[in-house]
Design a protein around this ligand. Structure first.
Ligand code: FAD
Length: 393
């Protein structure tokens, strides 16, 4: 393999470049990215950057040592595979031949109908634009009480804005962790002075606010939409790359085309651990999956079999999650979410811990993550006592 192109300059893209070189790839290497910036980290955008505590989250990479050509501000527009493997990447910078390709084009925020202005938060430019508008007293209306919505609400409230969060589900975070657990975060909003309205459907973003499906209206100086993302894959249309929600990849992150792998927020990988396809839009996946994708591209054996992990910083709390809970049989609380500042929710099937959500209990998260990864049984009864460290049975 002599010519590898990485498409997408997010974390998964830069980690793919690093992993290819670390694994001994000596050929030409190009990273093409639609954004004009060198790869940067996104998690601080909704935290330190919005708060004004940081303005630059560029990933520390030595591009000269990596011998990687950076084509920034250029977009892949199509992919023409060659029958024997490799092919040609169509880009705004012209056609680029390749014999290995990493698809790492991430995801793009979903927007709402309507001709009023709406902020989304995906790029450093989005974050800087929004930060300018978080002035004291400004009426900031956020659509979506998911991870991003809650973090934007945190920053906006800290800046003295009058913040309203409008959520279609019956509780914050309902899509991610279910209504029951999400409901425990409701008081956090009021404590921060944020108005939370659940069960409210938005019809359109208008000038000066939201039109609601029930005919009501919410006035706003700025509308921020945080209702989810979709993988950025339009450029692959007609390429023959199999797509089903994300780019369909096997457990080694290989697509159906030889010499083409996919990683990060755009890849739907086969998980041996869960016996299903997973599309996980988490920083940890973008960080670690590229090792496996690079190995696969170079013909080395590797499988991505991680326990999903993410964190979120909301209203002064560190919320962390590890595992995959949808098929779990029962839920055990560790601490009382209504009374304790620190608590955890543990999802079990039999004596196996499937997933954990922790609020300001980082040690629990670390221990649980190890136990989930190892699949070892636990003494489920002891888990309910927050004074007893989490351990195997
Ligand atoms: P991206 O970071 O989206 O990078 C993809 C890149 O590809 C982009 O630069 C894009 O412009 C480029 N691109 C797209 N299409 C093309 C094309 N056709 N041609 C060329 N380039 C293209 N995760 C957590 O676990 N915890 C957190 O606290 C957390 N906070 C977050 C806060 C924010 C505001 C955001 C946006 C995300 C957060 N995440 C968090 C999620 C995490 O940042 C993502 O999972 C991670 O960035 C995914 O990396 P990626 O490289 O796959 O995709």
């Amino acid at each position: 393999m002599d010519r590898v192109i990485v498409v997408g300059g997010g974390l998964a893209g830069v980690r793919s470049v690093e992993a290819l070189r670390a694994k001994g790839y000596e050929g030409e290497l190009t990273l093409l990215s639609a954004e004009p910036h060198r790869p940067y980290d996104r998690p601080p955008l909704s935290k330190a950057v919005l708060l004004g505590d940081s303005d630059d989250t560029t990933v520390d990479a030595d591009w000269a040592a990596l011998r990687c050509e950076l084509l920034l501000g250029e977009r892949a527009t199509g992919l023409a595979p060659a029958p024997a493997g490799g092919g040609t990447l169509r880009t705004t910078a012209g056609d680029l031949p390749f014999d290995g390709l990493v698809i790492a084009t991430g995801a793009t925020p979903v927007t709402l109908p309507g001709d009023g202005p709406q902020h989304v938060l995906r790029t450093i430019d989005d974050a800087r634009r929004l930060r300018e508008r978080l002035r004291e007293g400004a009426r900031i209306v956020i659509v979506g009480a998911g991870w991003i919505g809650a973090e934007v609400a945190t920053a906006a409230a800290a800046k003295g804005c009058a913040v309203t969060v409008v959520e279609a589900a019956d509780a914050p975070l309902a899509n991610a962790i279910g209504t029951r657990i999400g409901a425990h975060t409701v008081p956090w909003y009021a404590e921060a002075g944020v108005t939370l309205r659940t069960g409210v459907k938005v019809a359109a973003v208008e000038h000066g606010g939201l039109a609601l499906a029930d005919g009501g209206r919410v006035d706003a100086d700025e509308v921020v939409v945080g209702v989810g993302v979709r993988p950025e894959l339009g450029w692959l249309e007609g390429s023959g790359v199999e797509i089903d929600g994300g780019v369909v990849v096997d457990e080694s992150l290989r697509t159906n085309l030889p010499g083409v792998v996919a990683v990060g927020d755009c890849a739907a990988w086969w998980s041996r651990r869960y016996g299903r396809r997973m599309l996980v839009e988490h920083w940890d996946t973008a960080l670690n999956a590229p090792e496996v994708a690079a190995a696969a591209l170079l013909g080395q054996d590797a499988a991505y079999d991680a326990v999903p992990y993410f964190w979120s910083e909301q209203f002064g709390r560190m919320v962390q999650y590890a595992g995959h809970h949808p098929s779990a049989e029962r839920l055990i609380y560790r601490g009382d979410p209504g009374a304790d500042a620190q608590w955890a929710a543990c999802w079990f099937t039999g004596d196996r811990l499937e997933a954990i959500l922790t609020v300001d209990r980082p040690r629990d998260l670390v221990q649980a993550r190890r136990i989930i990864a190892a699949g070892t049984p636990m003494d489920a009864d002891a888990v309910a006592d927050p004074a007893v460290p989490l351990r195997k049975a």
